[in-house]
Write a protein that binds this ligand. Sequence first.
Ligand SMILES: [Fe+2]
Ligand SMILES: [Fe+2]
Length: 242
Amino acid sequence: MQTVETHQVAVLDRPNGSEGHLPDFNSENYKDAYSRINAIVIEGEQEAHDNYVSIGTLIPDKSDELLKLARMELKHMRGFTACGKNLGVTADMKFAKEFFSPLHGNFQEALTAGKLTTCFLIQAILIEAFAISAYHVYIRVADPFAKKITEGVVKDEYLHLNYGQEWLKANLATCKEELIQANKVNLPLIRSMLDQVAKDASELSMDREELMEEFMIAYQDSLTEIGLDNREIARMALAAVV
Ligand SMILES: [Fe+2]
Ligand SMILES: [Fe+2]
């Protein structure tokens, strides 16, 4: 009896879950939206690779560890490229480059200025939390080939989020001010990226509210792990809504 109830709750909890709500992977609308979403994911993995290599140049004694993370990102990129090919979709890489360009620009600026905290926040917290949330939502509605690949990828992204978290936690006393300032500038970019992608995502049966909700969970959990208190987290999260 209890099992039945639990199952019912789980189904109600996931109105867009995989039970009977999968989109038509072969429709023109799906493929058109996929050409942009797939490109964003491929570009995101490439950016992540480049960013971890760059962060390694700021902390040479950790560069080997960061290179390992970077290599994982290239593997993810190849996986998602295969997902597009599997559906017969050509990724719109020009669109994806433009999509990432504001965040890319801010990362490069921070890198040039040697602002390690800002680099970690952008890549290891914001981008990883964004990826984790999007991949979680996607897994529920992906085609079987992409689902398997994405399930493997999301596990790695937690390792990356964790890596950034641990560094920020260990250095919180000296990096808190920069962290809060960098968040104020970059969290609104994540919000606007989400807005830009919402229409294409909904074509893939990925709900905008669900994406935002998953992102805020991953992001706020991560700030808690870093050691910020509830008030600080609430203040930081507000940057997403103003
Ligand atoms: Fe990745
Ligand atoms: Fe990652």
